[in-house]
Write a protein of this length. Structure first.
Length: 343
């Protein structure tokens, strides 16, 4: 069964016992690990219990295709439901999993994690079509889901943070769930906050200092410089990004997000909405220190030119993945070309 986005949290809170197996897959490796671990703890709270958990590898399945069925049929020596995990799965493991599910032995949960599986993937199809199994997709956080997750974390640890702080973190922590969680845990540790503890306050200055080494800060700066006709600053930021090993796809996607924001507001302005009102349509809201810069860029970019720049950046991403040319060279050239177009 395919888990709908609105139902994923309920599955994570309490997985229905009717499910014999769960597939967690997608592009966000951090979110995959997080959700896999949450499902695992529902079945076996102690991840170190060797009698309740069996971790398999694709290599083992290749050697013995019946191994999944055998492990799912085994009885837990300590009582309770067993957990059988298979990480790094792909279509080569589909038949072995299908046979194990058909065997109908034992009550163990098979927890499978995989990377990005396309719609034609046999493994994905198996989990999405069968009623007794569950497929949970994990894709990079949107700005809205990221803001919601940050706010939820702060509520859990009784941390008071203003809207400008949440907006800053939303725009600068990136889209990988594991990276975001790590940064939030660092903030929590710095404040000495804890569940059920006394209230702590996170200031904007602290948020900046604590996340100043995050690559997403550079990513946001690159996007702003590229759309802001600032080639000298952009060149310096791209040099920094290359030294720090920042992923070229992340550079392009951050640029695309910036262009989409500009396109949305430019469209509202063209329809007669005052620009100061139009920027309020953005969710999450702009970081207040970026507001004036953003408005200036809205006024400079015609909508038609924004659409062309966005299309150009998307084609560049495809080129990074298919041409074999150096990814960073493609991403840098794209940013600089768009920067020149904005002058």
């Amino acid at each position: 069964m395919k888990a709908s986005p609105r139902d994923i949290n309920s599955h994570l809170s309490a997985l229905d016992a009717k499910f014999k197996a769960v597939l967690v897959f997608g592009k966000d490796s951090g979110l995959i690990r997080e959700r896999r671990d949450i499902f695992a703890r529902q079945i076996v709270p102690d991840a170190s219990d060797p009698f309740a958990i069996r971790v398999l590898t694709p290599a083992e399945i290749k050697e013995d295709t019946a191994l999944i069925a055998d492990e799912m049929g085994a009885v837990s020596m300590t009582g309770g439901r067993r957990l059988v995990c298979l990480d790094g799965a792909g279509d080569k493991e589909t038949n072995a999993i299908k046979n194990a599910l058909a065997a109908k032995t034992g009550d163990a949960l098979l927890l499978v994690s995989a990377g990005d599986l396309g719609p034609r993937s046999s493994l994905r199809k198996l989990f999405e079509k069968e009623a007794s199994v569950l497929a949970v997709a994990c894709y990079p956080d949107t700005q809205e889901s990221l803001a919601s997750m940050i706010s939820s974390h702060f509520r859990t640890y009784n941390i008071a943070a203003g809207r400008e702080v949440v907006a800053f973190l939303t725009q600068n922590l990136g889209s990988d769930r594991l990276v975001t969680r790590t940064e939030l845990e660092k903030i929590t540790l710095f404040l000495g906050a804890g569940k059920g503890g006394s209230a702590k306050t996170l200031t904007l200055e602290d948020a900046k200092n604590l996340t100043s080494d995050a690559s997403a800060l550079t990513l946001g700066d690159i996007a702003s410089a590229a759309t802001g006709a600032n080639p000298k600053r952009l060149a310096g930021l791209l040099d920094k990004a290359e030294i720090e090993g920042i992923n070229s796809i992340e550079i392009l996607r951050t640029l695309q997000a910036r262009l989409q924001q500009l396109d949305l507001v430019r469209g509202l302005v063209d329809e007669g909405t005052p620009v100061n009102e139009a920027v309020k349509a953005l969710r999450p809201p702009l970081f207040f220190q970026d507001r004036d810069i953003f408005i200036a860029q809205v006024r400079k970019w015609p909508k038609k030119q924004l659409i062309s720049a966005l299309d150009y950046s998307v084609r560049a991403e495809v080129a990074c993945k298919t041409t074999g040319s150096p990814d960073f060279t493609i991403a840098s050239k794209t940013c600089l070309d768009i920067c020149r177009a904005s002058q």
